[in-house]
Design a protein around this ligand. Structure first.
Ligand SMILES: [Zn+2]
Length: 300
């Protein structure tokens, strides 16, 4: 089994075994079963056998987004974006920002409007051409590691990964590279699903209490494109391992309307489920079990 991507421990256990129901519906790839592992040392949740071809799947996903939403990316929620820039601007020095996984370029566009010099890196060619056509923004196509030689070390004040770290197979590699690109005291902002959310907790409870018979909810939170399932605690741990100190953790919501619109070709993506998901999300607020989190960490 795969060793823990956070603490490298080999002491891992299987906590869920299921099929992918989301990616399989729009990708021709034959996907292996999804096996969710939990590290006994640090509690990290992650997928075993990280075999899906990230680039092919990511390209297929953008194709679906363009079909269903006209190329609007996820997380364009303006309130979250305002609070992101408020936090980044408090620490601004020279004004260089890098976004890893910049999608259709809308966050980079906001950054430019706010006076940042913004650099973006994106794996999907579909998304980078969208950014060029829609916002006139040039984005480096590829991974952060492949773009690294073109970038100046210690030259960035801020780095953003918005809905990206959960897609990485080796998050530590990317975080170490970002650490090298940020100046000392530079800030990294990460938005990612919260594996301690009400959705995850309820899905795990239903799966376990029915002895694995009811998987419907697990199949909606454990998906082939997400390899990493962080909680505020495990995210803080991996950041500390890579030379970052968490300065602020905010709870956040996913834009449920967007998710249902983006996945409108699925039978469950209807009004009843949409309303149900919104109610569950509100209940989660009571105990800070939001679907997502935004973590700000300083390069130390
Ligand atoms: Zn671990």
């Amino acid at each position: 089994m795969t060793a823990c991507p956070v603490c490298d421990s080999a002491k891992v256990e299987i906590i869920y075994h299921g099929r992918d129901k989301v990616l399989a519906s729009f990708s021709a790839t034959n996907l292996p079963d999804l096996i969710l592992l939990r590290c006994r040392s640090c509690g990290m949740l992650f997928l075993d056998a990280l075999t899906a071809d990230t680039k092919t799947e990511h390209e297929a996903y953008w194709k679906i987004l363009v079909n269903n939403t006209g190329g609007e990316g996820p997380q364009e929620n303006s309130r979250q974006r305002e609070s992101l820039f408020k936090e980044l601007e408090a620490r601004r020095n020279t004004g260089n920002l890098i976004e890893v996984g910049s999608g259709n370029g809308s966050l980079l566009r906001t950054a430019q409007e706010k006076g940042w010099h913004a650099t973006g890196i994106e794996l999907s060619e579909k998304a980078t051409s969208l950014a060029r056509d829609k916002y006139g923004i040039d984005i480096l196509t590829g991974t952060l590691e492949s773009a690294y030689p073109k970038l100046q070390p210690a030259s960035f004040d801020a780095a953003v990964m918005w809905g990206v770290i959960e897609h990485l197979k080796q998050p530590k590699e990317t975080l170490v590279t970002l650490k090298a690109l940020l100046r000392k005291g530079g800030i990294l902002a990460i938005y990612t699903p919260n594996a301690d959310s009400i959705f995850h907790k309820a899905a795990r409870f239903i799966y376990l209490s029915t002895f694995g018979r009811i998987r419907f909810f697990m199949e909606r939170v454990i998906i082939a494109m997400h390899f990493m399932y962080f909680t505020p605690d495990t995210l803080q741990k991996v950041l500390a391992e890579c030379g970052f100190r968490v300065v602020k953790t905010e709870m956040a919501d996913i834009d449920i309307d967007f998710i249902f619109r983006a996945h409108s070709n699925f039978w469950w993506s209807n009004r009843i489920f949409l309303g149900f998901a919104k109610i569950i999300q509100k209940i989660g607020h009571i105990n800070s079990m939001h679907s997502h989190m935004i973590v700000f960490a300083e390069s130390v």
